[in-house]
Design a protein around this ligand. Structure first.
Ligand SMILES: *Cc1c(COP(=O)(O)O)cnc(C)c1O
Length: 221
């Protein structure tokens, strides 16, 4: 098998082990391979290895790859910060947007039919993507009242140096509040590869995994 195939099999094995250890069914987890900075040819290789869910964080790059790979039945996940004026364009190829963090973005996604996650900012830096924990309910209500937009749950990015278990506890608390508004928005999109087992034990349903599968990223062009 290729090195890529080996890494994919290794990661999937560890995900399955962590799921079983947590008493969860591995089949209910969505493993998203984040392919940013990698060429479309790598995404095609991943497809041939059985990957269907891929993630990107920049619109220009993502739309070019999605167009080049339009012959493949891939599910594109947009995981990066998103400007409202690009939202409609992203929704043309992405089935899921993980980074909804403000009302203007929600409005821009009206009737696009995408699934979305509310991104939570777990840092004290308001310049980082994500909504502050105390603004989550208002945003969830806004999504709930917007037609053609489905709220799946909460997404978070691992803050550098923070204790992952403490972060997961905050995500769980926010997830609870989101479900009081949209009861079936129970998904949790996590990107902590180093603590993937803990994320799974703490309820992650979507795992965003990049370099552990793709290998090191080429430097941005
Ligand atoms: C790049 C990226 C990932 C994957 O990061 P790796 O460290 O390569 O696994 C996950 N989530 C987001 C939002 C990303 O931009």
């Amino acid at each position: 098998m290729s090195a890529l195939g080996d890494r994919l099999a290794d990661v999937d094995g560890r995900i399955a082990d962590a799921a079983r250890a947590a008493g969860r069914d591995p089949a209910e987890l969505v493993r998203i391979v984040v392919t940013k900075f990698h060429p479309a040819s790598l995404v095609r290789e991943l497809f041939e290895l059985g990957v269907r869910d891929v993630g990107e964080n920049r619109h220009q790059e993502a739309s070019a790859k999605a167009a080049e790979l339009a012959d493949l039945d891939l599910s594109w996940h947009f995981v990066g910060q998103l400007q409202s004026n690009k939202a409609k364009a992203v929704a043309r190829y992405a089935r899921t947007i993980h980074s909804v963090d403000r009302p203007s973005l929600v409005s821009a996604l009206t009737d696009t039919g995408v699934d979305c996650f509310i991104e939570l900012n777990l840092t004290d830096d308001p310049a980082r993507g994500g909504v502050a924990p105390d603004a989550v309910e208002a945003l969830a209500e806004r999504v709930a009242y917007t037609s053609g937009l489905r709220l799946r749950g909460v997404m978070a990015v691992a803050p550098l140096g923070a204790d992952p278990r403490a972060s997961f506890a905050r995500v769980r608390e926010v997830s609870h509040r989101i479900r009081s508004i949209v009861p079936d928005a129970s998904a949790f999109s996590a990107g902590w590869w180093g603590d993937c087992a803990a994320a799974i034990a703490d309820g992650a349903t979507h795992l965003r995994i990049g370099s552990a599968i793709t290998g090191n990223r080429p430097s941005p062009g």
